[in-house]
Write a protein that binds this ligand. Structure first.
Ligand code: ZN
Ligand code: ZN
Length: 602
């Protein structure tokens, strides 16, 4: 029977043949790659290939008789539609701890049986938890074979995009200095060697950028550093001879991408290897011989990279002007065109992306644009498609979350605009979210405060009205790198030492309210941790505050005036004065007029 899910059913059957031949009871297919990245190269989109489910997260399990996909609430609607007719059961879970597939496997695999997963794409910590959970039911875990490969004939090759240098002035610290800092951190941790698989860390340490995955300017590579040498394991042909010579002069040798495991296997006796157990795969870790002592800790570069230099902060401020200019040009067009021509959520994405693409230093988008009108705005991870998108017409709120990659920084901004006439309930939600964004933006806190402690400040105005939202309040943002980076997190996450707020960190502030089937509100700015401007205090704590980096009007037509305190109104007016002062000289005509109107004091 020729249905949309026929290829999926055929692939599942092919995998079942492989399972029988290998005498394995179940295959686990996570959504991950050898670098445990957020965005996967096509080669590692096995879960999507095998299930037909295109969401960015989800775990597939196939046994000889059953198949199940495990997804959280963000993906239930999409997964139900995409899995229909495939024979794959959708298992909805609300808590990822422990992962729901642990219990499912224990139920569907007999005692004495076995489960296979490709250890080369499974995190070390995740693999250990899985192994322990299965062992409790007398089930063995095989991590040494990639059973998907045996069934996937036309599997995409490794990405081959060229790697290029991130150059001064935008690259503000030479790679030689970064390697020196890294070696100091290694020595402090008692390590003789350090292995990094995290692609944005590798890009940051080496001042290199690539295009192996969408939205993140990274490339697939591992890095092994010791006191004298640094070896970059990267695909052949991705780095040209001139760049290779520059890297060699800076103390970085090149080796084949596939040689990383062998390099770990041949580490000398007595070596003390520093690695991050959450950012190195089980498969690579398995190459490390017993004679090597492993020191598990956060990659020092993850911490260093989060703390932008003063020169980087200056470039980010310039980039925010460019991004703000693009936003104003887009919105000026949008408000003029609304009601005169047909505008859909896809048009918004096209026009806004085009406005950004005209800005100097623009490289690409930093994530897929979320343009959600009315009920679509209530889905935090909504993405309009050719097959399903809304026209922007009638009454409702339009939520636009978008961002760009520029040589001098990465942007991420959410704004909400009234279309037609909006209800009192929408305006109330809008004002409460704005109060949350303002409350956190104005916070002052001791250096070292765990990010999760600040989370409640943004939620408090919503909590007071019995409202909460299901995502984090803020994520770290890279410098011409990933739009999501650690180690800090303003969220309900369990606190870890690395989440301490330190000067130079760039973080988002993005509380929201989501009314399923009706509307969504989120207001997002990026902020920089800076020394507090009134540092007297009691001399006990070094205080930090946020400098708001994002420059774009926040709509004032949706504000319920009576809900805003005088100090909140003053902050918003001061912010709008800054936005106007920095953007107006760069704008003319309609865009300038739009900026003036939308930044008028209230
Ligand atoms: Zn965003
Ligand atoms: Zn964000």
């Amino acid at each position: 029977m020729d249905t949309p899910t026929a290829p999926v059913r055929a692939r599942i059957e092919r995998v079942r043949e492989v399972l029988r031949a290998e005498r394995v009871d179940a295959l686990l297919v996570p959504s991950s790659d050898p670098h445990l990245s957020e965005y996967l190269p096509e080669r590692w989109q096995a879960r999507q290939w095998l299930s037909g489910f295109t969401g960015s997260m989800g775990t597939l399990v196939v046994t000889t008789r059953h198949a199940a996909l495990f997804a959280d609430s963000r993906y239930w609607v999409q997964a139900e539609a995409e899995l229909a007719g495939s024979g794959i059961e959708l298992v909805k879970f609300t808590s990822a701890n422990p992962p729901a597939h642990f219990a499912w496997l224990a139920e569907h695999v007999p005692a004495g049986g076995s489960v296979a997963v490709d250890g080369d794409v499974l995190g070390l910590a995740a693999a250990q938890a899985l192994e322990d959970a299965l062992a409790a039911h007398d089930i063995r875990l095989h991590t040494d074979r990639d059973l998907v490969a045996a069934a996937w004939d036309d599997r995409p090759a490794l990405p081959a995009a060229p790697v290029h240098a991130h150059l001064p002035p935008h690259a503000t610290v030479p790679r030689t200095a970064k390697l020196a800092t890294l070696r100091t951190a290694m020595a402090e941790a008692g390590a003789s060697h350090h292995f990094v698989s995290t692609v944005d860390d590798v890009a940051w340490i080496t001042n290199l950028r690539g295009a192996d995955v969408p939205y993140n300017p990274v490339f697939l590579a591992h890095l092994l550093v010791d006191a004298e040498r640094a070896v970059l394991f990267v695909g052949a042909g991705k780095i040209d001879a001139a760049l290779a010579a520059t890297l060699a002069a800076d103390g970085i040798e090149l080796a084949p991408y596939a040689a990383a495991g062998e390099a770990l296997a041949t580490l000398p006796a007595g070596a003390r290897l520093l690695l991050d157990p959450r950012r190195v795969t089980y498969g690579l870790r398995a190459h490390v011989p017993d004679r090597v002592r492993v020191i598990e800790a956060l990659n020092p570069s993850t911490r260093e990279k989060s703390r932008k230099t003063a020169a980087e902060a200056a470039h980010i401020r310039t980039t925010m002007i460019e991004d703000g200019v693009a936003m104003c040009e887009f919105y000026a067009w949008f408000e003029q065109a609304l009601g005169r021509e047909r505008i859909t959520e896809l048009t918004v994405d096209e026009r806004l992306s085009a406005a950004r693409a005209r800005r100097p230093g623009f490289v690409g988008l930093s994530f897929p644009t979320i343009a959600g009108f009315a009920a679509n705005g209530a889905m935090p991870h909504y993405r309009a498609t050719d097959a399903a998108h809304a026209e922007i017409a009638g009454d409702g709120l339009l939520l636009i979350d978008s961002g760009g990659q520029y040589l001098g920084g990465t942007t991420d901004i959410t704004r909400v605009w009234p279309i037609g006439s909006v209800s009192a309930a929408m305006k109330r939600d809008y004002t409460l979210v704005l109060k949350g964004t303002l409350a956190l933006s104005r916070a002052r806190f001791p250096r070292g405060t765990p990010g999760p402690m600040l989370d409640a400040l943004a939620r408090a105005p919503l909590w007071a009205e019995g409202i909460d939202f299901g995502h984090g309040t803020g994520h770290g943002v890279g410098y011409f790198l990933n739009v999501h980076e650690g180690p800090q997190s303003i969220s309900k996450a369990v606190v870890e030492p690395a989440m301490a707020m330190e000067p130079g960190m760039v973080t988002s502030i993005e509380p929201g309210v989501y009314r399923a089937g009706q509307w969504g509100v989120r207001i997002e700015n990026l902020v920089l941790n800076v020394p507090a401007s009134t540092p007297e205090g009691d001399g006990f704590a070094e205080m930090l505050e946020f400098e708001t980096l994002t420059l774009c009007p926040i709509d004032t037509r949706c504000i319920v005036g009576g809900l805003l305190r005088e100090d909140e109104r003053a902050w918003l007016n001061a912010y709008h004065a800054t936005v106007r002062e920095r953007l107006a000289p760069r704008l003319a005509g309609d865009a300038r007029a739009w900026l003036e109107a939308r930044t008028a004091a209230i």
